[in-house]
Design a protein around this ligand. Sequence first.
Ligand code: GNR
Ligand code: NI
Length: 177
Amino acid sequence: MAVLPIITAPDPRLKLQAKAVDKVDAQVRRLMDDMLETMYVAPGIGLAAPQVGVAKRIIVIDVADKGELPRPYRMANPEIVWKSDETATYEEGCLSVPEYYADVERAAKVRVRYLDEQNEIRELEAEGLLAVCIQHEIDHLAGTLFVDHISALKRGIILRKLGKAKKNAEPVAALRS
Ligand code: GNR
Ligand code: NI
């Protein structure tokens, strides 16, 4: 297993449409495991492949509390097949938008169909934080960040600050190369 570097906004790789995987083979399983390790180290409750620079429809999630046993989900080609009309609002964050948080309204419950790590089709119905996280991760596969759900004004402020922070963090050598 390996901890992969997480890409932060603004970055064009976070805006790409991720491509479906043909099947979950050893290579995809390995990426899922590396993504889970990266997520646990961060720490975070979910991670989508585009956040580690891979434009494939792969996400991992574990919303178990610290102290609880881990409950990792590995999902390829996840699709929301049903969502509730009822909505819920949650203060979201994102490993690719570090240190910023905002309320996002989404469906309160979802049913998701996906390929698991054995390449088997599965369905899962989720509510609460798991439902939030599934929708947040699937958004990443379409190049959508949680800040795309808030006002353009707030989004602009956050992305501009992140862009400036990144520029300042850039080593001089990198600018010369
Ligand atoms: O770790 C994460 N926490 C979180 C909190 C509220 C709503 C969504 C999330 S997902 C985020 C990890 C991440 O960026 N996944 O893409
Ligand atoms: Ni995210």
